[in-house]
Design a protein around this ligand. Structure first.
Ligand code: GLU
Length: 578
């Protein structure tokens, strides 16, 4: 897309958003916030039919797989945090894509040197074993009340009937034209004469409707075994390329699909100014990084500081947390992560002392969390920081029900448009999650068979006095961590409502020279920007960061659902009315 088209699309999106205002709703029933109107309505349909938050979350996710096929879907994986009102505890359901059995670091080094990240994406080798359908199955079987047949019904309807291509769908499709044009199945679904489907065109996906129908009828096995599994393996191993397109095929097997497992994990629990914050453990780096940055921030009395100084500390705490995240965090089934040290308040106090009155000049080194572990036998292993490309995609949704269950769910196919490979006849794109690995070692996040690549996805649920207080999450690659962190700081420390905290301009400092800021909301040149520049902060600009969704549980027993006014075309927030 050229600059002019990008500008006019952004202006159109801004106009759409301005007309719509911020999607915020308050009431006393179940609640949902997603980035897609039809997905929020799908969740509401299920809540109204007596389903719980888990049922509704899967319904919304399946609908997002239709309306936001470039960000998420059953070709990918995700992390679902569930607050169970009955058990009064938070559960983390990991259904991250997994490296097939043939994997090793050399897969990303076909000529002996690591492929440039971008070049590795549109190939079969970037595809991990998809986890989403088994994740939905586990969520429904353990915590839901409905089956696939009921919760997939709204998404099947949307896929059959279709919807007019909107500005955001068009924008992301256009950004992917070259990648999609490589594959016949993908260009047939999303392109017309090699160009993104035009605005306003009715987009239908009958293949995906039929795929969902088969899952509704046949259950989880119909995805991981049999015809569908064969189609997935074939698409990854011999992608349906246009003549002349060279592609590195995977060596995935039917066993890889059949043996795919979700993991029920204990979430990362930390405390922050009277809140208990629950986040995703590894293979996501999100829960640990958010908790560590909050621990660093807690050593300062932010309530006495002006906004620019609070934001300065937020950026520097984020920088320090990222230095450690980049160096130490990966799938703990494969590597020793000094989790206890990273989460220790004493370690945070030590790291906080590195923050000065002005922004650090450039990246800082990782610290030594091993000294803060009880188990000092774990060796000190300084690692080179991994600073790979981490662009912004994915989707996050939040649902609560009348019983008090809460779901915070982030799921993805990694890049916008994933690997670019639509499984022929099945209507969904395969992920490129394997490119979340580091392409060369030594590094804890190096690719290995059966391993899950390090993620940044950070669904978060905050409790206060043992009850849900708010939940937040976002897409955006590594910026997910900063978006979740900044939204918590905006809400808890700067006193914004969760809706305002979501709408506020975002800044993302990930241990780089410059902090990434958004042009969409006019941050560069603003008084806020100038105040931070006086403290030494420098910017690099991007159009927008993330697309957050959240729920705030109010003292009067009501709940406020909040989504994005502008980012990603604006979202949708609905609360049931009694
Ligand atoms: N693959 C990314 C992760 O797991 C999410 C995709 C994105 O938002 O860019 O962290």
């Amino acid at each position: 897309m050229n600059k002019k088209t990008l500008l006019s699309t952004l202006l159109m999106m801004a106009a759409f958003g301005a007309l719509a205002g911020q999607p915020v709703d308050t009431g006393h029933g179940g609640a949902v916030a997603t980035i897609s109107g039809p997905a929020s309505e799908a969740a509401m349909e299920i809540l109204d039919a007596g389903g719980n938050a888990i049922d509704a979350a899967v319904a919304a996710a399946a609908a997002l797989g239709v309306t936001d096929p470039f960000s998420c879907g059953i070709g990918g994986g995700g992390f679902m945090l569930i607050y169970s009102a009955r058990d009064k505890r938070v559960i983390a359901l990991d259904h991250r894509e997994t490296a097939p059995a043939y994997f090793n670091p050399a897969v990303f080094q076909p000529e002996g040197t690591p492929l440039p990240w971008r070049e590795a994406v549109p190939h079969g080798i970037s595809v991990g074993v998809p986890g989403t359908v088994r994740g939905w199955h586990e969520a429904l079987a353990r915590y839901g009340t409905m089956g696939f047949e009921r919760v997939l019904a709204p998404a099947i309807r949307i896929a059959d009937e279709g919807f007019p291509v909107g500005p955001n769908f068009h924008r992301i499709n256009a950004l992917n034209e070259a990648k999609f044009a490589r594959f016949t199945s993908t260009s047939e679904l999303f392109l017309e004469d090699d160009r993104a489907l035009p605005l306003g065109r009715q987009f239908r996906n009958p293949d995906l409707a039929e795929t969902y129908r088969q899952i509704a009828r046949g259950g989880v096995k119909s995805f991981y075994e049999g015809e569908m599994a064969r189609d997935i393996v074939a698409a990854a191993n011999q992608p349906p390329t246009r003549p002349g397109v060279e592609v590195l095929g995977a060596r995935m097997t039917l066993n890889d699909l059949r043996d795919y497992e979700t993991r029920l994990r204990q979430p990362v629990r930390s405390t922050y100014r009277g809140y208990e914050i629950y986040g995703m453990p590894t293979p996501s780096s999100g829960g640990i990084a958010v908790a560590q940055a909050l621990n660093i921030l807690e050593t300062f009395d932010l309530s006495k500081l002006p906004r620019d100084e609070v934001e300065h500390l937020y950026l520097e705490a984020s920088r320090l947390a990222f230095a450690d995240r980049n160096a130490y965090v990966a799938d703990e089934e494969f590597t020793d992560v000094p989790r206890e040290g990273l989460l220790s308040k004493a370690y945070a106090r030590e790291r906080a002392q590195l923050i000065g009155p002005a922004a650090a000049r450039g990246p800082v080194a990782q610290g030594d969390p091993y000294l803060f572990q009880h188990d000092l036998s774990v060796p000190l292993r300084p690692r080179p920081a991994a600073l790979g490309a981490e662009p912004a995609h994915t989707t996050h949704l939040a649902v609560a029900d009348r019983e008090g269950n809460v779901v915070a769910y982030t799921f993805t196919i990694e890049s916008w448009g994933g690997s670019g490979i639509v499984v022929p006849g099945r209507g969904f794109i395969l992920n490129n999650e394997m490119t979340d690995f580091d392409f060369s070692g030594p590094h804890p996040n190096v690719a290995e068979a059966g391993k899950r690549p390090r993620s940044s996805m950070s669904p978060a649920i905050a409790l206060r006095g043992g009850e849900p207080a708010f939940t937040i999450g976002s897409p955006g690659g590594a910026t997910i961590i900063t978006t979740v962190l900044q939204t918590i700081v905006n809400h808890v420390d700067l006193g914004m409502s969760l809706a305002d905290a979501i709408a506020a301009p975002r800044m993302s400092q990930r241990n780089a020279d410059r902090t990434q800021v958004e042009t969409l909301l006019g941050f560069p040149g603003s008084a806020q920007a100038v105040a931070l520049e006086r403290l030494g902060h420098q910017w690099t600009e991007t159009d927008q960061i993330g697309a957050a969704n959240g729920l705030q549980f109010n003292p009067d027993g009501s709940v406020t659902a909040a989504s994005e006014p502008l980012r990603h075309g604006g979202g949708s927030a609905i609360v049931q009315k009694q």
